[in-house]
Write a protein that binds this ligand. Structure first.
Ligand code: F6P
Length: 544
């Protein structure tokens, strides 16, 4: 039954969940586990190389069936099918949302507006592979005839975070004789530090920008162009040292990059969903076309799981519904994501854009203000480092913070017993968070009475544990797609547009007006609010 047009809080399953929540809010995970010996084996799901244990969540079988009911009443399956069919579900920008097409196999077909887009995707992938091979083999020569040894991606947001995260995550598979750097911040320090030890004649810049109009990226790209031309003394060097990744060929050629050296994508790929498009060019140069193909295969495996598995066994659906459960019923404000793999150190930063730019929305698709919480704040750090800094608050603080713990069966760099120590912490943290330590247990350890309350661990803190064999390109693809579709699930329940980002625009416009006021050599007439006026005056005085 399609009911998505009914406001969320008026859907029958939502009301039932509210009533159910009042009854089970106080239930402790200790009791839930004591009363069901099979819970840890039952509340699991598996797909595309990922095993999800969601048993340590504050849910009962009834909670889960109400959440699945809510998904159905929110039209999740139909909206998912609409996305895969290329319907314009990004309503505020009137666009299709087809990142799933980027990883469809070559023999697949997806006709959108009368055109099969899969051959287009593979045509670009073919060009990327040919280029990556030329750089990797040394056949692509710089202006002075030397092969490329350094690749610098210039981009920001989705044109940076995916490439950086993927490079770090797949470093084990990357060419070690090539140096990769990523410049995103318009702070000149970022560009200067990234290039200070590089020889321009051996450096290739990939200018990545979907729109090719982002001020930060164009500013950095202009400085890169000046640097190359300055070092090599010749404008014609640009052709050998710059390639572009964009949807906007006009702007690319205006900037001075030959569109023969441009790799395109399409407006139906959102920036934060683009790491598997041509935006992944630096990834492909680093790990090679075959590994990139495996990455796409991992994405596709999770897409197929999301598209076809029953909701009750569907990993992204389960994770998305749990996120809604904590945000809207428990009032949780944040979700922690802790990968127990050093290679995934930039994964939480990547997820911040994916989740928060997607679901940080205050109105529904038809523009009505929501009367419930939407997107949570996502954050995290690799384990075990986080345990020695902020985990204290998760264990004993006053806030409820659901946590995803991500672990692997094998290390890519085995060394003595490091991996067992690392992995034991995944399981121990999930245990400690769920079951805690009672007053009686603390006393039984001979703790002085005055210290007992300090050492009590209430437990009942929820976790998801994700386990996989080993971090491969394929697994990384599955993991990213899992979170992409979890975001989709959450956005669908909330009835919001997860694919626009109007909230980032106002700041850009205001900054554009302020730039000349900071640059002006004569005292500008300021007409902002009194705080902004005073800050600008103070800045001008500080700058001297
Ligand atoms: O300002 C936000 C944003 O539009 C992101 O959505 C996007 O990933 C980023 O800027 C960069 O945009 P572009 O790839 O067009 O330079």
């Amino acid at each position: 039954m399609a009911m998505a047009t009914t406001p969320l809080t008026e859907r029958p399953a939502y009301a039932a969940l509210a009533e159910h929540f009042a009854r089970i809010e106080g239930e402790h995970l200790r009791t839930l586990f004591e009363s069901d010996a099979t819970r840890g084996e039952r509340m699991v799901a598996e797909a595309a190389g990922l095993y999800l244990d969601y048993s340590k969540n504050r849910v009962t079988d009834e909670t889960l069936s109400l959440l699945f009911e809510l998904a159905r009443q929110s039209d999740l399956e139909r909206r998912r099918d609409m996305m895969f069919a290329g319907d314009r579900i990004n309503v505020s920008e009137d666009r299709s949302v087809l990142h799933v097409a980027l990883r469809m196999p070559e023999d697949a077909s997806l006709v959108v507006g009368g055109v099969d887009i899969v051959p287009q995707v593979h045509q670009v992938l073919g060009r990327m592979a040919a280029f990556a091979d030329r750089v990797r083999s040394g056949e692509w020569k710089g202006h002075t005839g030397k092969p490329v040894r350094n690749v610098v991606n210039i981009g920001i947001g989705g044109s940076d975070l995916g490439p950086v995260m993927a490079y770090e995550a797949l470093r084990y598979y990357a060419r070690r004789d090539l140096t990769f750097r990523f410049v995103s911040n318009v702070d000149s320090t970022d560009f200067v530090e990234a290039t200070r030890d590089l020889a321009a004649e051996e450096t290739l810049f990939i200018i990545s920008s979907k729109t090719f109009s982002t001020l930060e990226t164009l500013t950095n790209a202009t400085s890169a162009r000046d640097w190359v031309v300055g070092e090599l003394g010749d404008e014609s060097a640009i052709a050998k040292h710059f390639v572009a990744v964009s949807t906007n060929d006009e702007r690319v050629s205006e900037f001075g990059i030959d569109t023969a050296n441009m790799f395109g994508f399409w407006d139906w790929v959102g920036g934060r969903y683009s790491m598997d498009s041509a935006i992944g060019l630096s990834t492909m140069v680093a790990v090679g076309p075959e590994h990139f193909k495996d990455l796409l295969a991992g994405f596709h495996a999770m897409d197929e799981h999301f598209r076809t598995a029953p909701l009750e066994q569907n990993l992204p659906v389960i994770m998305g519904l749990l996120a809604v459960w904590y945000a809207d019923f428990f009032g949780a404000q944040t979700v922690g994501v802790m990968p127990y793999d050093q290679y995934l150190k930039r994964f939480p930063a990547y997820l911040q854009q994916l989740t928060m730019e997607s679901n940080g929305k205050h109105v529904t698709l038809d523009g009505t203000a929501v009367d419930y919480q939407t997107g949570s704040v996502y954050w995290g750090e690799p384990g075990t480092n986080g345990q020695h800094s902020f985990y204290q608050l998760i264990h004993q603080g006053t806030k409820l913070i659901p946590v995803d713990l991500i672990g692997f069966g094998r290390s890519l760099n085995p060394l003595r017993d490091h991996h067992e120590i690392l992995s034991s912490n995944v399981f121990a943290q999930a245990q400690a968070l769920a079951f805690g330590k009672t007053e009686d247990e603390v006393r039984a350890e001979g703790t002085p009475e005055a210290v007992v309350p300090h050492r009590v661990m209430q437990g009942n803190r929820p976790t998801n544990v994700l386990l996989a064999e080993v971090l491969t390109p394929r697994l990384l693809g599955s993991l990213v797609a899992l979170y992409e579709h979890s975001v989709f699930t959450q956005g669908t329940i909330w009835g919001i547009d997860s694919f626009d980002q109007w909230g980032v625009e106002l700041g850009k416009v205001l900054a554009k007006a302020i730039i000349p006021e900071l640059e002006s050599t004569s005292e500008p007439a300021l007409a902002h609010d009194s705080s902004t006026n005073a800050l600008i005056r103070r800045y001008r005085a500080l700058k001297g």
